[in-house]
Design a binder for this molecule. Structure first.
Ligand SMILES: [Zn+2]
Ligand SMILES: [Zn+2]
Length: 277
């Protein structure tokens, strides 16, 4: 039985390798199937799909959507989506614009408070990263001599209790789930272990997801049984992947976490069932 890595990032979001290179690496380590799941963008999918076709590796179109639920940042993996779907594309665009708008607002407030960083300096810190955010603002504050450290930048200025804190505006779960469905896809709760394993299942009980990402580098061995039970109780597909961002990433290499390639067929079947319903 072949193996599939269903959680991988390319340079279309914050990974280091271009989409075609990601597919080559997946092929190179002997994977039979791959899903590209860049943060809040579908921009890498066409290139990855082309490369997968030419190498003969099964490719599943995906993305990882950032949502905020009761002040908690949550990631939702979408699979088998149509990369041209209008509603999903506009949702992802709104997330991106919200991110940029938030940084601009933080910079405006910082300047008013006497910490004269510019938006361009923050962009420079982001160095081409699609997901510009608070970490880049913090680095610009340190580089500009307005804060002695990243930690202090968060504590004094931009952290949740900071002087110029700006809350995130992202879609909620129901909006994201609707957009995934309208794109013909299915949604999977990403790395639930990161949200607190003791409360995660109750917290996400109302979310109509088709799968749970049980296998993830950040999950502890001791939590796997609980996650598998959860998935079984909810009749969810059990997914997994390496969350690989490029060789430098400490989480592990592409394919270091994988599932049976038949999981891809299970996700496609669920997507087809959703479309018929
Ligand atoms: Zn994530
Ligand atoms: Zn990820």
């Amino acid at each position: 039985m072949g193996r599939a890595d269903l959680h991988v990032h390319s340079s279309a979001s914050d990974g280091l390798c271009p989409p075609r290179e990601v597919v080559r690496r997946a092929y190179g380590v002997g994977l039979d199937a791959l899903a590209l799941t860049d943060h809040d963008t579908l921009a890498g999918l066409a290139e990855a799909a082309r490369e997968a076709r030419s190498l003969g590796i099964d490719f599943l179109a995906g993305c990882e959507i950032s949502i905020v639920d009761a002040e908690l940042d949550v990631h939702l993996l979408a699979y088998a989506v149509d990369p041209d779907a209008a509603q999903l594309n506009s949702l992802l665009k709104a997330i991106h614009q919200g991110r940029v708008g938030r940084v601009r607002e933080m910079v405006r407030r910082l300047r008013a408070a006497g910490a004269g960083v510019t938006f361009e300096q923050v962009v420079h810190q982001a160095a081409g990263s699609y997901s510009i955010g608070r970490m880049h603002v913090a680095r610009a504050l340190v580089a500009g001599g307005f804060s002695p450290s990243i930690e202090m930048a968060f504590a004094r200025w931009i952290g949740n209790s900071g002087e110029v804190y700006v809350p995130k505006r992202t879609p909620g779960a129901s909006e994201a789930l609707a957009a995934v469905r309208a794109a013909g896809g299915v949604a999977v709760l990403a790395h639930p272990g990161l949200y607190g394993i003791d409360t995660a299942e109750a917290r996400f009980a109302e979310w109509d997801v088709d799968g749970i990402e049980v296998y993830h580098p950040a999950h502890r061995e001791a939590d796997l049984r609980r996650l598998l039970d959860w998935a079984e109780r909810r009749e969810c597909v059990v997914t997994g992947g390496s969350d690989w961002h490029g060789d430098e990433h400490p989480a592990g290499y592409i394919g270091s976490v994988s599932v049976a390639a038949e999981v891809v067929a299970q996700l496609r079947a669920r997507a087809a069932r959703r479309e018929r319903a």
